[in-house]
Design a protein around this ligand. Structure first.
Ligand code: IVH
Length: 346
């Protein structure tokens, strides 16, 4: 059925208004959640959202999977389907010291048979959950968990509720979107949001989550996406899987392009630096770690040049072109001062 047949009963004015509201709401969403630079007040945003919800309710034929109104969740599933990742979602080798970083750099240079310096892009290692998002002609059509790296669970409806994940790609500098783009990144919950969520759970006699990672995992693996919609999930993109209709030559170019398409990229990313700067960056991150507002558990170092990445290749489960350097586990001693026993509502 063509769009014209579907929308036969809707006036051109209504159709234009619906399209305008969707476009504007996507844009304001991007300004608020990705750029952190809103243009309009929350009240104005809510008014536009209400108007669109009203129009869509009155005319079900206008329904669209890309509508910003769908951030509220969809009817529950009975189970999660599984899907094979087009390209495996690999894990990372770990280093533990400055020496390990120099060894990594030496291995890279030996393999490339070069004495000149190789440039790396270093990023915080986010402590959340890896997901893959598939965009076809700019529209989010599938989202899955990492699973075992080969097969993941389909969580599209849940992912649609995450405000910092675009439902429709922005066109960016090239004024186009790739015909297929698989975006990878980490879903997480910020520390303030985590504390607020746990406070709310305690007030409702629900078990609090042990940490932000568990809260993010529990929220993402909900069969009822309307529950996910109420959880303060956030997302940073850190890479891609398969892509068609775009070409990249450097990891930093990928991250910059993802930003143009509407994704949040970690602002602390250190692009294209030699290994000595990578080591200094680790110390910097370790210092900043507790004032970021979200949990990170180390640093990820990636060879920036994609031709070199390709040359280096992968081992069975991890690439030779990347390495993680985790922070030392923080150990703290606490003293239990007392226990208050209370009677809950139930
Ligand atoms: S890149 C081939 N970048 O770490 C590289 N991973 O052990 C694959 N992670 O499952 C991942 N922050 O959940 C990459 N900036 C980052 C990351 C990151 C966190 C997690 C991710 C992945 C695990 C790999």
């Amino acid at each position: 059925m063509s769009d014209e047949t579907v929308n036969a009963g809707t006036s051109p004015e209504t159709l234009a208004r619906v399209e305008e509201l969707r476009r504007e709401l996507h844009r304001h969403n991007y300004r608020y959640y990705v750029l952190d630079d809103p243009e309009i007040s929350d009240a104005e945003y809510d008014r536009m959202m209400q108007e669109l919800t009203g129009l869509e309710k009155a005319r079900p034929e206008l329904a669209s999977p890309d509508s910003p109104t769908l951030r509220v969740g969809a009817p529950p599933l009975s189970k999660f389907n599984t899907v094979a990742h087009t390209l495996p979602m690999l894990s990372l080798d770990n280093g533990f010291s400055e020496g390990d970083m120099h060894d990594f750099d030496r291995r890279v240079r030996r393999k490339m048979e070069t004495d000149t310096q190789v440039l790396y892009t270093a990023e915080p290692k986010l402590d959340g959950l890896a997901v893959e998002l598939v965009y076809e002609d700019g529209r989010l059509t599938l989202a899955s968990t990492r699973g075992d790296g080969i097969m993941g669970e389909v969580i599209t409806e849940n992912v649609r509720t995450i405000r910092s994940i675009p439902l429709v790609l922005r066109k960016g500098k090239a004024d186009a979107v790739p015909s297929r783009l698989e975006v990878r990144g980490e879903v997480f919950i910020g520390l303030n949001e985590f504390r607020r969520l746990n406070k709310e759970r305690l007030e409702q006699d629900q078990q609090p989550f042990a940490n932000p990672r568990n809260a993010a995992a529990g929220s993402l693996r909900q069969l009822d996406s309307r529950i996910t919609a109420k959880r303060p999930l956030d997302f940073f993109a850190y890479g891609i899987g398969q892509v068609a209709g775009a070409e990249f030559s450097a990891h930093w170019e990928i991250l910059s392009t993802l930003k143009e398409h509407g994704f949040r990229i970690n602002p602390l990313t250190r692009p294209q630096v030699p290994i000595t700067d990578v080591i200094a960056y680790y110390q910097e991150l370790a210092q900043k770690r507790h004032s970021l507002g979200y949990e990170i558990d180390g640093m990820v170092v990636k060879v920036d040049d994609l031709a070199i990445q390709k040359e280096l290749g992968v081992r069975s489960r991890s690439p030779r072109w990347a390495i993680a350097w985790k922070f030392e586990a923080t150990q703290e001693t606490t003293r239990l001062l007392g226990i208050d026993v209370q009677v809950g509502r139930t």
